[in-house]
Write a protein that binds this ligand. Sequence first.
Ligand code: NAP
Ligand code: ZN
Length: 348
Amino acid sequence: MPSTTALQAPSAGAPFEVAQVPVRDLRDDDILIDIAFAGICHSDIHQVREEWGKAIFPMTPGHEIAGTVSAVGAGVTKHKVGDRVGVGCMVDSCGECEYCKDGEEQYCTKGAVMTYNGTGYDGEETKGGYSQQVAVSERFVCRIPDGIELDEAAPLLCAGITTWAPLQRWGVGPGSKVAVVGLGGLGHMGVKFAAALGADVTVLSRTDAKKDDSVALGASAHIATSDPAALKGLRSSFDVILNTVSADLDADMYIKLLKPLGVFVNVGLPPSAWSIRPGSVISGSRVVAGSNIGGIQATQDMLDFCAEKGIGATIETISADQVDDAYEKVVAGDVRYRYVIDTSTITA
Ligand code: NAP
Ligand code: ZN
């Protein structure tokens, strides 16, 4: 089997090392991508550190992939050599169930195959984007419009679609009052999208450190959640609260900030549980919802919207030898707002 140069974690929480990892021989519907940039999502950290349970090692993470098509299988029609493309969190699904037919491949009844830390329908372990190449079925490869640089496009493939999908589902637009909790990789995209959709956006962040950034990203207000009095003053204020926090959360406190019939939609995925008082959702008939990434057509729609509006992720580009350090910084909330690995620096 051919191989490529990649970063891999040999075991849970161990530092990354450079290794040769397999890239499968191209199937009829496969696209070989020369990866240019890979974003670092907090989900990568949760998985490398086994915070979501047992994982598959050695692991090459990365589900925010942007690059160029370097070869195509005999039956490929969607993309050609030289096209600028991206891959997100999924690389396969059954294609036949009601959810796949509906463009919601993430709910595939057979189980969507995750880009890494997963097992393909062929039994092979999947390897992600901290790598120079990957082979992916054309059904899971999106076109990156010319208007978006590849480095700023990479995080759109997870942080972008994961915040875009719930804003669409819950009807955010002009007149909506939206709060985004946690200004990190997902949160900063949530602010950009909600503002571009015409909503009035408030950022709820732990401190005031990111206040100027919130405004620059399109928010009208930035509130430090470390000040309980400030939060009390926001009771019954928002139609939609998008929670992106990667750690323990007093969800009950945030639910009280919803207007009647408002929706608290959660995308943050720490292992810890919440405690919610029944009265907090019953008063105002409030909704507590979740949202899991987004389908492939929705991902393409989001990329096209970004090109039309001139939106990309706000990034800090790093080299392969900085990834371990970047993980520490992400956990500390010290990233503005997504680390992106220049994969040309992954060398033996
Ligand atoms: P991130 O860049 O680390 O951002 C998380 C933000 O949460 C931080 O910037 C920080 O914002 C806030 N935060 C961090 N630690 C906190 C703490 N102890 N208490 C309160 N707030 C804290 O992470 P991300 O890549 O955006 O991912 C966020 C979460 O979404 C992760 O759990 C990830 O696994 C999950 N995720 C879910 C999906 C999905 O499909 N639902 C997809 C991708 C990722 P402030 O500094 O502003 O407070
Ligand atoms: Zn992600």
